[in-house]
Design a protein around this ligand. Structure first.
Ligand code: ATP
Ligand code: MG
Length: 457
């Protein structure tokens, strides 16, 4: 009896792996991909590699989008050529990445990312103590490459020469059922790379797909693993999520899955304050509108909106303690940024945009002398103004005040004079102008253009 059990266990472990499943091959007559949506650059990469004797396919999100008849935003190519072999065949190509090497092939402004088929299981794969994959440079077969992609709808290959779609994991079926399904054991796949949880949420929100129950279920239990992801990677993923054109749906879904904590440390707090939440959601829905209309969105502006309420709370607290408005704002900004950058590697160039947009806000309050004209000439006026409009929409500043700033840039000289007079007569003075008036009455110093000098503490 015992021997039989032992034998059975032995056969279990020695059994040859199942024969690899043959992929489904879907001809053009069935998938109806519009070849016009494939740019020449992607065709050239596949064609050049195929003519050199390699296999080369468009892969991943681009195939998914082509099947949905949506123009993909970027194109990736998968091949059995090594990065060095790929590089040899193109004039402008660089090998990037150390832990996951791939080739960027450049055509004018476009870049095609070419990756070599990765092996599924290998010793060269480095993981951390939580099982997160750190490096993966062992090359393998297409079937293995398909199995290590995240979702079935992201694991299809398109051969532009034969116009055939190669599908190992029933991606087409899931696409038709509008279902997001992880390849393999979802729990193991999230452990390998916790960012896949955020990707699940992003794709479901963006495509309006249901997350398959087995794929969805582990997320609420495993969300904590996201804390081990390096800040820079998390920042990239947050940016993709926020600029997807479906940020509101993504945030709503992140909350539903219990994933919104810890992504932006202070965003947690903000989303729990009614005023902050209103502002953030309004900002995100405006961003979504812009993205969907094909307009540009600046990440600096976006992060400035997300963290504004944190700055605001800290700024107001300092003013209540008697600090001057401008230095109080600067200190509030420093505090917010210190807390954020610990976890989230907001890139330097975005940080300076954020500081400028916030720093401009009190300057809108100064509607005396030449201050408004100088503000109009500020390089970030437009961003500062848009931000002010958002604050007005969230009832944070009076509508009449926002309206004044909408009219002022377009007014003629005479009208501007009139507007300045009205602004000073009719509107309740802000704390800053009250202070200045008091100082002036008391013989406080003034600069040459009649503007009070900035007082710093
Ligand atoms: P997007 O529309 O956002 O570009 P995408 O699916 O193309 O979506 P990318 O981040 O560009 O996403 O990745 C390209 C492909 O690489 C994916 O479709 C998927 O096959 C694979 N991939 C990307 N990230 C992962 C991951 N974390 N785990 C497994 N496979 C991944
Ligand atoms: Mg992509």
């Amino acid at each position: 009896m015992i021997r039989r059990v032992i034998e059975k266990v032995q056969t279990l472990f020695t059994r040859k792996p199942r024969r690899p499943r043959e992929p489904k091959r879907i001809p053009a007559s069935e998938h109806h991909i519009n070849q016009q949506l494939v740019p020449r650059s992607a065709l050239r990469v596949c064609d050049t590699l195929q003519k050199a004797g390699f296999r080369a396919y468009i892969v991943g999100g681009a195939v998914r989008d082509l099947l949905l008849d949506v123009a993909p935003k970027d194109f990736d190519v998968a091949t059995d050529a090594t990065p060095e072999q790929v590089k040899q065949h193109f004039r402008r190509a660089i090998i990037i990445g150390r832990r996951f090497r791939l080739v960027h092939v450049m055509f004018g402004q476009e870049t095609i990312e070419v990756s070599t088929f990765r092996a599924l299981v290998n010793e060269e794969r480095l993981t951390d103590q939580h099982g997160r994959v750190l490096a993966d440079n062992a090359y393998g077969e297409q079937i293995e490459d398909a199995a290590r992609r995240d979702f079935t709808i992201n694991a299809m290959y398109y051969d532009p020469t034969t116009a055939e779609v190669i599908d190992y994991h029933d991606g087409v079926k899931d696409l038709r059922a509008r279902r997001l399904r992880m390849i393999g054991d979802p729990e193991a796949r999230y452990r390998e790379d916790p960012v896949r949880m955020l990707r699940a949420v992003r794709f479901a929100a963006k495509l309006g797909f249901q997350i398959d129950e087995a794929t969805r279920e582990p997320i609420h239990r495993m969300g904590e693993l996201i804390e081990n992801v390096p800040a820079a990677r998390l920042f990239d993923e947050m940016l993709k999520l926020l600029m997807s054109g479906h940020a509101v749906a993504c945030i709503t879904r992140l909350r539903a899955e219990g994933l919104h904590h810890g992504l932006l440390p202070l965003l947690d707090v903000i989303l729990e304050q009614p005023a902050g939440e209103r502002f953030v959601m309004l900002a995100l829905s405006r961003t979504d509108e812009r993205v969907r209309a094909g307009k540009s969105v600046s990440p600096g502006y976006l992060f400035a909106t997300l963290l504004w309420h944190d700055v605001l709370v800290k700024w107001n607290a300092r003013i209540a303690k008697g600090e001057h408005r401008i230095p109080a704002l600067e200190k509030a900004i420093d505090e917010t940024m210190d807390a954020q950058t610990e976890k989230l590697a907001i890139q330097r160039r975005f940080v300076s945009d954020m500081r400028e947009i916030w720093g401009l806000q009190p300057r809108f309050e100064r509607r005396t002398g030449k201050a408004p004209l100088r503000l109009l000439e500020h390089i970030r006026f437009r961003a500062g103004y848009d931000f002010l409009m958002l604050r007005a929409a969230a009832d944070e500043v009076p509508a009449a005040f926002a309206d004044w700033w909408t009219r002022f840039p377009h007014a003629g000289d005479e009208e501007r004079e009139q507007m300045l007079r009205e602004a000073n007569e009719n509107e309740p003075a802000t704390a800053a102008t009250r202070r200045r008036r008091r100082r002036r009455r008391g013989g406080g110093s003034s600069s040459a253009d009649g503007e009070p000098r900035q007082t710093t503490t």
